[in-house]
Every structure is written in C-alpha cells, then in structure tokens.
Design a protein around this ligand. Structure first.
Ligand SMILES: C[S@@+](CC[C@H](N)C(=O)[O-])C[C@H]1O[C@@H](n2cnc3c(N)ncnc32)[C@H](O)[C@@H]1O
Length: 333
C-alpha cells in the first residue's frame, strides 16, 4: 500500500485507528522543533545533525523523520553519506497552524529523546522485560491479545495465503499469542496441525478466553523462545515477533529455529514491510515509531529481513507484499 492510498473495507478500520498515531507524530515533530530547525537552516539536514541539534537519540529521530516523510511533511533524499531531510513548503503552513491551534501536553514520542521505551521511562524496566511489563495484569494482557487477534480477523487470510503453505504439515506459531492467525492457518490448510508456542501466562489466557478446547488441530506449548528448546517442525510462523526485538536477538532466535527446522522446512515471517527507499508505507513508519515507544524493535525493509534470515542460515528468501497492512517473507532451510 502506498502512503495516502485508501484501503478497502474492513482494512480501512485499522487505518482510522492509525489516525491517533498520525496526530502524535505531528505533535512530536512540532514540539521537538524539527520544522523550525529545517526552516531556519534553509537547507536539507541529515538525521544525525537534526538529532544532535535537538538533543534526541539518533535512532528515535530517524524513525520520526521517516514517519514525517510518509505523511508528506518532509522530503528525503537517500544518499550514501547519509539521508538528508527537507521540509515541504506547503507542509510548513499546516504544521504552524497545527501548533498554534492546539495546546496539548504530549507526547510519548517527543519525550523519547534518549531512545528509551515507555516502560524504561515509566518503571526503569529494561527492554528485555517489556512483555513482563505488558502482562502485569490479566486484564491488560487480555486487552492486548484481543487487539492482536482483531487484526488477524481482518488481515489473516492475506498473509496466510501469500505463499502456498499446504506442503507444511507440522507448524509452530512462535509467540502465537491469542491464536487468531493459527485459526486462519488451519481454516486455509485443513490438513495441518498448528501449535501455539508462547509464554506460560499467555497460553493460559488464550486457552481460557480465545481458543476453544474443541479446536482439536490447535495445540499449545508453554515456553520462552529465547531460553527454552523449540520443538522440531516443518514450518515456523513468526508473526509480529521480530519487530519487537533488536537485530542480535532476532538472529539468535532465527538460528534456534533454523537448527530444529526439518530439512525442506522453513520460516514464515509476517511483518509490516517498509519501502527500501524510505518513502513509506505510512502505516509501517507509524508502527515503527510505536515499536520505538513500546519495545526495543522496529519495522524493517525486505532487505533487512532477508539479511536477518541469511545470517541465521536460511536460504531462498522470498518476499510477498500483500498490498494490505501486513506482508509475508518465507525463508527455507
Ligand atoms: C506482538 S505479539 C504478536 C502475537 C501474534 N504472533 C500476533 O501476531 O498476533 C508478540 C508475542 O510474542 C510473545 N512473546 C514475547 N516474548 C516471548 C518469549 N520470550 N517466548 C515466547 N513468546 C514470547 C508475546 O507473549 C506475544 O504473544
């Protein structure tokens, strides 16, 4: 999907939800003074210089600038020596008006000058404990899982049918959460067996609230995919998993998966892909900022995911952009 292009119903409902993030990006960019800085400098500036002058972390600033590009507030020139950002004249009028007419105290994003996620800032908890923080109460966990599942009720079929998964019989959905994608998988491929592998607390909650015990073809495995052994299977689905983690942890997890994957088997990554040239899609840029605020991860380009898979020993990496909100990447052992 290109920035600004309208999605069909019901995908458009998710786009409405992103309206909140769009406002946050505009507020954050205004409050940090990005537009003022670019206006005063009268020339395009690199993300490094902008971050330095505004006293922010480089990786956080890069993501905010990219989201502003997706929103067509800024332009970007991708150069070998570093990307360079400029402001669109028309956007200047809008953002000035936006600041003048709003007087809100925000935002998580602009407060994030040190590149810390919200749990580190609020509770001093390190990124490795992000899910621990998120799962403080069953109520919060249930709400989170409910939100995760809702997306797959809308987009699940797009990603599960992006590749023909029928040759894969034994499938593990690592970090499978509330099971909506596993359910879509068995409804599209009735001969497969899917196991949801997730933290014990999540498995317990999913069994209690989300997946009925009559669903014979979904089984559960409680564990920590970083610490515990991962069982052998034909296919591993990692949907919205790698975007939670920094590159080193992604490669560590993918290597574990590669070790136990059956010969001829593979791994299916389901993520929201960024364009290689930083032009969008806006949704992925917004999700990447959300990852900055919530986790240690980020959204990535097809090349970045291919590099992670190759580093872990996977071959024949294929990318399928669905044209919707989430895309699919298949790597083979
Ligand atoms: C962003 S959610 C994605 C859930 C699901 N795959 C989806 O797309 O709806 C990340 C999932 O990874 C799980 N998770 C996080 N850390 C984990 C770990 N160390 N071991 C197993 N699962 C983990 C979380 O509990 C959560 O269900």
């Amino acid at each position: 999907m290109n920035s600004g292009e309208e999605l069909e119903y019901p995908h458009i409902l998710i786009q409405y939800q992103n309206g909140f993030l769009i406002s946050k990006v505009m507020f954050a960019a205004c409050e940090l003074g990005i537009f003022d800085l670019l206006k005063q400098s009268e020339e395009n500036l690199s993300s490094k210089i902008i971050a330095e002058r505004l006293g922010s972390s480089l990786h956080g600033m890069e993501r905010l600038l990219d989201a502003c590009v997706g929103l067509k507030l800024l332009s970007v020139e991708v150069k070998q020596e570093g990307d360079s950002y400029g402001i669109h004249t028309d956007a200047l009028l809008i953002v000035s008006a936006f600041v003048l007419h709003t007087n809100c105290k925000i935002t998580n994003i602009s407060e994030d000058r040190e590149g810390k996620n919200q749990y580190e800032r609020a509770f001093g908890i390190s990124p490795k404990d992000v899910f621990e923080a998120l799962y403080r109460s069953e109520e919060e966990m249930t709400l989170f899982i409910h939100g995760l599942n809702a997306v797959w009720r809308i987009c699940g079929r797009d990603v599960i049918t992006a590749f023909d998964l029928s040759p894969f019989m034994v499938i593990y959905d690592l970090g499978g959460g509330g099971g909506a994608l596993a359910q879509e998988c068995i409804s599209q491929y009735p001969n497969c067996q899917v196991t949801i592998f997730d933290l014990p607390k999540v498995v317990e909650t999913t069994k209690k609230h989300f997946v009925s015990s009559e669903e014979q073809r979904i089984t559960f495995h409680e564990g920590d995919f970083f610490k515990d052994p991962i069982p052998e299977a034909d296919l591993y689905i990692l949907a919205r998993i790698l975007h939670d983690w920094a590159d080193e942890k992604c490669v560590h997890l993918l290597k574990k998966v590669q070790d136990v994957c059956k010969p001829g088997g593979g791994v299916l990554l389901v993520e929201s892909l960024l364009n290689e040239d930083k032009s969008g899609p806006l949704e992925s840029q917004l999700y990447s900022l959300n990852m900055l605020v919530q986790t240690e991860g980020k959204e990535r380009t097809p090349t970045e995911y291919s590099n992670l898979l190759t580093a872990a020993g996977f071959k024949e990496v294929e990318i399928k952009k669905t044209g919707k909100l989430y895309d699919a990447i298949l790597g083979r052992k």
